[in-house]
Design a protein around this ligand. Sequence first.
Ligand SMILES: Cc1ncc(COP(=O)(O)O)c(C=O)c1O
Length: 362
Amino acid sequence: MRSPTLAKTSVGKESSLLCDDVTEAIGNVPIVRLNRLHHLCQTHNLYLKLESCLPSGSIKDKNAAYLVKDAEKNGFITPGSTIVESSSGNFGIALATVGAARGYQVIIVVDAKTPFPTRRMLQAYGAKLVDVPLEAADTHGSMQIARMQKAQELASQIPGAWYPCQHTNPRNTDVHEILTAREIEMAFGGAPDAIAIGVSTAGQLAGISRYFREKYPQTRLIAVDIAGSTIFGTPPHAYKMTGLGLSFVPPNFEDKMLDIAYTVSDRLAFSVCHALARQEGLLLGGSTGAIVAAALADASRYQTPQQMLLLNPDRGDRYLETIYNPTWLEAQGIELFSSSQIVAAIAALNPVIVRGLSDNSQ
Ligand SMILES: Cc1ncc(COP(=O)(O)O)c(C=O)c1O
């Protein structure tokens, strides 16, 4: 029988199968090899770490558990307090889960891009939704700044409210250094050749990079964003992806955290999502399509077999009305690529940032 003390876990401590509440169910998730999606899966070992298996369906469960417990420790919140955040989905859902389990009111500021199932999930957990109007969009259609301003405004109006602000909070990176990086190390008995990470707030990239740069500097860190986002300094334009991308460079992002960066179009990302469902049995979120496409483009630069770890941030079910809905795709003017077109599009994908890697592809 398991020792009762093992059930007493918290972020950063020994993991257990017995959890005191949902915030402790953020440990190891399955890591699944990709086999059939692309011929490069025969030469290289691409492993997808399914953070989508966490309780609320995304990697943001880790951030929410860590930040809320940290806020409790620092006295920023006590049961009954209100948590306000701006989120297009995952972090909002994760906070709503934690709020339900630990007795906080949760208000999530969303916008017109927030998928319908995400809204329903937030409401099912008891969160209140506040919409920013379409007129608040910037010239490229982004409502991120407007959402953050609204969250700040609400937090200042509601007595005792706390706004974690995932986009600027330096502690938003910590849980990935404490947990995610070590989980990868444990799975590989050391370090893989490369890790592919989607970027928005840069929480994952910053935390994982801190750990691997220190302990395994030879591991190639591949950063992935949606085309149209400004994080890597590429030209801004509108995009349909949620999860990836920002209309500003988040303070937790620095170029030196990555070795190589790719931006991927909505069309290629969503096409790879469909291929993952049909050829690998994995129904995952839009950013995963971009991350897999970029990792394959990166793998194609190497003749020697690469061990690659790809971080899957979320599940696909919250995108059933968008990415997996043919009517929605048609309305957006997005025609999915065929398998051979996916291969061609990945072959044509060039990095947008390459740092100190010019002589190690072989
Ligand atoms: C689906 C999805 N993918 C990728 C990311 C990027 O993660 P991070 O904020 O750690 O940069 C997010 C962040 O919200 C996300 O929701």
